[in-house]
Write a protein that binds this ligand. Structure first.
Ligand code: AMP
Ligand code: MG
Length: 417
């Protein structure tokens, strides 16, 4: 048996970062930059006003007070998106709207609130034309002015290669005028179920058959991790059917994920076919659920090497195994740092036995209580009880060397959302 950490390390050693692609900025959300994004421009490009008001020379307003306003001559108006062509001279002001460039000669913005234009108007009503304004408060030089390049300086590398594009980074790329960015592409992950007992959801129930849930839960996890799932459907337990499906997957996928047929005891065509078609190892991993695991590589058309993750068949086992081994593989392909879920210490309400020295991932609900956390198991913990996963918001981790957790013991919980 190998440890969870050793299994992960071996798997990641066969997984490479994928190549870059050019994508529209919004479509690149969640992907990793494959280029240093430097700015071709200053942002903002010019000094501009942060307020609606009047562009003035601060010195002109020095003596202004609530009792004794200073009267300035209004020589024009400028809105965002336009430039005022003239120059603000002594005793003059330009009416200005938020975002508009500060006119030449002006060095401060007096907001409407500090002038005789403070009287609220009904929404949409335009102000009476005016040729003078009374300023009631002295303005500092630079007041309410956003400086050119205060956000980004031309030539600056704003986002280095390796940056994960979250919404703010998408916005920053757009603010530099970028319509597309170069990012590491998302992996296509072929997902395949195996077993004669499986029915497609939507089919009528049949005696002795169960619905294929692994393909759906695993494909959903692929999508959540940032990969592109390709559902290959169900391969029957015959060498021909399975071989055909594997070839179908290899033609399109960067990673092949199968479920079932990898446990030690059963004589299964899955194992034979995997071993014949690729270089596949069958492992027992010191974990519960999910002891059996297969991992290896196949050679796809054109000579590409495609890693293969063979998950156990039990629905909880396949999800836990994918969480521990599949998700990190997808992250690595996408150029992301390893996924790290938040962990908390929690007081466990239930007993959890660990008789054979494996690392246990018990499905639990963790809730805050008294400044800490408590963890309660989600009912029966059989590896076939998929609803135990659906109810859980955490895994309680019982280390290999702990033979039992008793009610009231403190445990580590991995938060799943
Ligand atoms: P196996 O590894 O083929 O022995 O399967 C282990 C258990 O998982 C058996 O009870 C299977 O019926 C079940 N199982 C296998 N594949 C799936 C699947 N795709 N969806 C739900 N259960 C499955
Ligand atoms: Mg089977």
């Amino acid at each position: 048996m190998i440890s969870v950490d050793e299994a992960l390390e071996r798997i990641l050693s066969f997984v490479d970062v994928l190549e870059p692609e050019e994508k529209p900025v919004l479509d690149a959300l969640g992907q990793v930059l494959a280029e240093d994004v430097a700015s071709p421009i200053d942002v903002p490009p010019l000094d501009n006003t942060a307020m609606d008001g009047y562009a003035v020379r601060a010195a002109d307003t020095e003596t202004a007070s609530t009792d004794q306003g200073v009267v300035l001559r209004v020589i024009g108006e400028v809105a965002a998106g336009y430039r005022f062509e003239g120059t603000v001279g002594p005793g003059e002001a330009v009416r200005i709207m938020t975002g508009a460039p500060v006119p030449a000669g002006a060095d401060a913005i007096v907001p409407f609130e500090e002038t005789d234009e403070a009287v609220p108007r009904p929404y949409g009503a335009s102000p009476p034309p005016r040729d003078r304004v009374i300023v009631y408060k002295a303005a500092r030089v630079g007041a309410n002015i956003r400086r050119a390049a205060e956000d980004v300086r031309r030539g600056e590398v704003v986002m280095p290669a390796g940056t994960v594009l979250r919404p703010a980074q998408v916005g920053v790329a757009a603010s530099l005028g970028r319509a597309t960015v170069r990012v590491i592409r998302r992996p296509v992950v072929a997902v395949l179920s195996t077993g004669d007992e499986l029915l497609e959801p939507g089919q009528a129930p049949e005696p002795g058959k169960i619905y294929d849930s692994n393909e759906y839960s695993v494909a959903a996890m692929v999508a959540e991790a940032g990969g592109i799932p390709r559902m290959l459907g169900i391969a029957r337990d015959t060498p021909e059917a399975l071989t055909a499906k594997i070839h179908e997957g290899l033609a399109v996928a960067d990673l092949l994920v199968t479920s079932a047929g990898v446990s030690r005891g059963d004589y299964d065509v899955v194992k034979d076919v995997l071993a014949r078609e690729g270089r596949v190892d069958f492992w027992t991993v010191r974990m519960k659920p999910g002891k059996p695991l297969a991992f290896g590589t196949f050679t796809a058309p054109g000579g590409r090497t495609v890693p293969h993750l063979g998950l156990p068949g039990n629905p909880v086992s396949s999800m836990v195994s994918f969480e521990l081994f599949g998700r990190p593989a997808i992250y690595k392909m996408m150029g992301k740092p390893p996924p790290e879920r938040r962990t908390v210490r929690a007081v466990c309400r239930d007993r959890i036995d660990n008789r054979d020295g494996r690392r246990v991932y018990a499905r639990a609900i963790v809730t805050p209580q008294d400044g800490g956390y408590v963890a309660a198991l989600t009912g029966p913990q059989g590896s076939g009880v998929l609803t135990s996963m659906a109810l859980a918001n955490a895994f309680v981790v019982v280390p290999e060397e702990t033979d039992a957790v008793r009610p009231g013991d403190e445990v580590t919980a991995i938060l799943l959302d």
